[in-house]
Design a protein around this ligand. Structure first.
Ligand code: THU
Length: 159
């Protein structure tokens, strides 16, 4: 038996270590999270996607009384980007979340289905997407490419 070890690189940044583009994208995600429709979970998520042409697409999560019908902020934003800007690769996505009634931002990272969706977009445009994930106290986790969050993903093993 051989052990396969996987290794991810996730950078942890203080607010002062973010550049202007990253700060602006996180801020767009925070603003749009206020439009979350999350009466069931009370978890308000915002995602802002920077396309290579400089355009920013943003969305919040939109829930449904039939819970699985609800859609995450990340997938809505990437779906809109693909539908409206099919010629422009997404290069960076900021993700933030806040629980209803709380001041502090919650920790967040994309769910499994969103990770798979991000993988598809990276493959479509042959470009990694940098993810910025806001955590409490203004800390930001940054990864370059979904592989860091999705080891042994489907298309790594079936190609
Ligand atoms: N959610 C997102 O929109 N993005 C994430 O990264 C995590 C989860 C949504 C789904 C659901 O509406 C609520 O947050 C609680 O899971």
């Amino acid at each position: 038996m051989k052990k396969i070890e996987s290794h991810s690189i996730i950078e942890e940044l203080l607010p002062a270590e973010l550049d202007h583009i990253e700060q602006a994208l996180l801020s767009r995600a925070q603003t749009i999270s206020k439009n979350a429709y999350a009466p069931y979970s009370g978890f308000h998520v915002g995602a802002a996607v920077l396309l290579e042409n400089g355009e920013v697409i943003q969305s919040s999560n939109q829930e449904n009384v039939s819970f699985p019908t609800g859609v995450c902020a990340e997938r809505l934003a990437l779906g809109y980007a693909g539908a409206n800007y099919p010629a422009h690769a997404p290069v960076m996505m900021a993700i933030v979340a806040q629980r209803g009634g709380e001041e502090e931002w919650a920790g967040v990272s994309p769910c499994g289905i969103c990770r798979q969706t991000i993988n598809e977009v990276e493959n479509r445009f042959q470009k990694p997407i940098t993810l910025l994930m806001l955590q409490p106290n203004g800390i930001v986790l940054r990864t370059k490419g979904i592989s860091q969050l999705l080891p042994l993903k489907f298309d790594d093993l079936n190609s």
